[in-house]
Structure formats: C-alpha cells, structure tokens
Design a binder for this molecule. Structure first.
Ligand code: F3S
Length: 417
C-alpha cells in the first residue's frame, strides 16, 4: 500500500507506541482488503459496552492511551452505549462487577478523546458526517444510516479498526469508499403492500427479510413512500445488517444517491428483482416470537436508541395506565434525549406508571437484560435487532411486536400480540 511520509513515520514509531500500533492496525486492515492508499476520516464512532469488553480488552485500550494512542484532533469521535445506566443501575438490578467494569471502560474512553454521547444514534447528537465525507463507525445501524441517508462514505468496521482510525485520522480506501461499489445490484419491489400503512416494525421485518435474501448485495427499494420519518428509514437501516451483511441501501426518490432507480443502479441492469409481500413480512415477524411462556418479564425499547418522538408516543400511550408489577419496562435512549424527555414530562409519566427511561445503555447485545435480578427470562420488544440477539447474548425468550403490542403486554404482564 502507498503511504505518505507522515504515515510512514507514524508506522515507524516517530509519534510514540500508541500511534504506531494504531497505524499498524490500519495498514493491516487496508492490506487485507487490497486498499491502495489511506484516506482521511472526519468522523469516528467507537464501541464502549462493558459486556463487549473483557478485562484484557480494557487493559489493551488503557495501554494504547498510555502510549499516546489518543483521538486525532481533526477527527470527531463519539462512542456507542454501554451496559449500564450510570444513575439507575441499582434500579435496573445490576451487579457491582459489571458496573465497575463499565465505569473503568468509560474513563479510558474519555481519556482516549471520545465525546461520551453513549448512544448508537450519533447522527442525532452532533456526529453527523456530511455528504461524501469519510467516516469510520463501529456498530452496524448507524453506519448503514450514514452511508444511505447522509450520503457519507464508510465501511462497516470492527471496534478495533475504528479506534485505530480515530488515532491515525486515516482509513483504508476500499469497499464503500470506492464510488462504483456504492451502486445497487438488486431492485426490491413491494407487492400487495400498501407502503403508507407500513409501521416501523413492518419495515424492520422487510429489512431483515431483504438482508437474509441478498446477504451483502446493495438493494434499491422501489414503491416506498416519498416521505418517510427518520424512524421509518432507520427501521430499514438497522435491520438490513441483522438479516444479512448489507452495508447500505437506496430508496428511489428519497435517499441522496437514488434520485431514480436508474441512478441507484449506476445505469446498469439489476442482477435480480426481489418481490416482497405481506406473507414474507408476517413470516419474518413469526421468526421472533419464540418463548415457552407468555408471561413477559421485561419490555424493552430503544435498539437503536429511542428518538424523542418515540418516547413521546410511549408516554402518551401509558398515560393513566400501570405497568404490571411482575413486568419491567425499559426505554433506552441517549442522555441528551432523556434530558429533553424530562423537560417535556415524558420521563415523569413513564416512571410514574412503573417504567424506567434509561440512558447510556445498549438495548441489544451489550444489554445485561439476562443478568438482572430476578433473572429476566422472557422479553417483548419492537426491535428486530434486540429480538435477534437477545436469545443468544442473554438467554431469553422473545416476542417481537409493534410498540402498541409491547405496551399492552407491559400492562397485562403477558404477551398480547
Ligand atoms: Fe444501539 Fe445496542 Fe441496538 S448499540 S443499535 S441499542 S445493539
């Protein structure tokens, strides 16, 4: 790979062992993917979940920082959520060990130079890579959103690659950083579906199904509404990489690289056309209704983190009701959005009826939902990502449904889908 004099110097250790290690990692990644050069990144988002790091992982990061491996001043670095709410972890029922591990990780992440948004929606919190600027984000949902909706350029990278990019300010030019790799290869066409009536949970099931069918081929969706809310577009963005490994998508007439289907395809013929109807969506939802018991121990929202509109919807539906005493309700969001929700009275409403609005906490694989006391065994969620990961990472049974179905279940204490 061609390196600049500056990059060579960093690789040879001129700027200390932390930066040297980061450059070694960045160059190895580039060589593995056949990149010819490194390019600057403006935006990085790193992982920081206590359940995703063990002691050795935290020590590795501490050593890196102690050796001068800190975020480059020209790069805006944020961090993903962790495994504990820093204020409400006792109410959550978490064990001290996990919280101590998370606090230690949080400290080193701040020393590293990451802005502690502790959220997977950095694009709603100031880390907003602009059109055609390069970014390096860990975590799949934000990365797909940034490529597809913001038109910024970035690959789905692992946690260590993003840490290295934050330090060096560089990422290898391969994959979605090459314009011709960003074109769609398959047209997705809804059949017998009224796009205007599709709820977020239907769109997430659609995205999961398309991900399963296309694995990693970029789709262009046709026949979707010309106006979609952030939550609706995000439902596709977060579910496509759960069903498969799709790194970006286009919606004809809506996303920036798809003014038309032809533009999205780069004016080439599609490799295939995938038709999706109500049966595929219904069958996909059924995949995520697997529990031995209809009693619900936990209803969890916020994977990806809830927007203020979602919290408003939850609060308004719970007004005048009461969460079943045998069921917990966790609404996960960022601290910043929680502060706004507090000012608007939503946190008070949700807390009064027996729920918790939690900040800094991942509602997916890094969530400690299976380790709380008493042990949570069955959950309900409106996130297909939580529904996909939670049985494996937390050993729980799951029910996937709409926001309303989940809230009715929280009140009843049993699944009402
Ligand atoms: Fe966010 Fe954790 Fe889900 S980081 S997207 S809540 S897996």
């Amino acid at each position: 790979m061609k390196l600049t004099l500056e990059e060579e110097a960093m690789l040879k250790g001129k700027y200390g062992p932390g930066k040297q290690k980061a450059m070694e990692l960045t160059v190895s990644l580039g060589e593995a993917f056949g990149a010819e050069e490194l390019v600057p990144v403006d935006s990085v988002h790193i992982l920081a979940g206590g359940r995703s790091y063990d002691e050795a992982g935290i020590e590795w990061l501490e050593d890196l920082v102690n050796g001068g491996g800190v975020a480059h001043p020209d790069v805006y670095v944020t961090r993903n959520p962790g495994s504990a709410d820093h204020e409400l972890w006792r109410e959550m029922g978490l064990e001290d060990d996990l919280v101590d591990l998370q606090k230690r990780l949080d400290e080193v992440v701040i020393r590293f130079g990451a802005v502690p948004v502790a959220s997977c929606v950095p694009y709603l919190l100031g880390n907003l890579p602009r059109w055609r600027t390069r970014f390096c984000w860990a975590g799949s949902s934000g990365q797909v959103y940034a490529n597809s909706v913001l038109g910024a350029w970035g690959n789905r990278e692992g946690g260590i690659a993003c840490i290295a990019a934050a330090i060096t300010g560089k990422t290898p030019a391969y994959g979605l950083l090459i314009p011709e790799n960003r074109y769609a290869r398959v047209v997705v066409r809804p059949v017998d579906l009224d796009p205007d009536t599709l709820k977020e949970e239907d769109l997430a099931a659609l995205g999961y199904y398309v991900g399963q069918q296309l694995i990693d081929k970029i789709p262009v969706f046709t026949g979707l509404p010309a106006r979609m809310k952030i939550e609706q577009i995000r439902a596709l963005a977060y579910s496509l990489p759960v069903g498969g490994g799709i790194p970006m998508f286009h919606i004809a007439g809506l996303t920036p690289e798809a003014p038309t289907v032809e533009h999205a395809l780069g004016f080439k013929k599609p490799e295939s056309i995938l038709e999706v109807g109500p049966q595929e969506i219904a069958r996909t939802k059924e995949l995520f209704r697997r529990a031995d018991d209809s009693h619900i121990d936990l209803v969890i929202f916020g994977c990806p983190h809830c927007t203020i509109q979602e919290i408003a919807a939850i609060a308004s539906r719970l007004e005048g009701k009461r969460i079943n005493p045998s069921t917990r309700l966790w609404v996960c969001t960022s601290k910043q959005i929680k502060v706004i929700a507090q000012r608007l009275g939503y946190v008070e409403t949700i807390t009064r009826v027996g729920g918790l609005v939690l900040a800094d906490l991942c509602a997916g694989p890094a969530c400690p939902m299976g380790v709380v006391t008493p042990k949570v065994k069955v959950i309900a969620t409106n996130s297909i990502k939580t529904a996909f990961y939670a049985p494996g990472t937390s050993g729980v049974g799951i029910y996937y449904g709409t926001l309303d179905e989940c809230l009715e279940s929280a009140v009843a204490g049993e699944w009402r889908g």
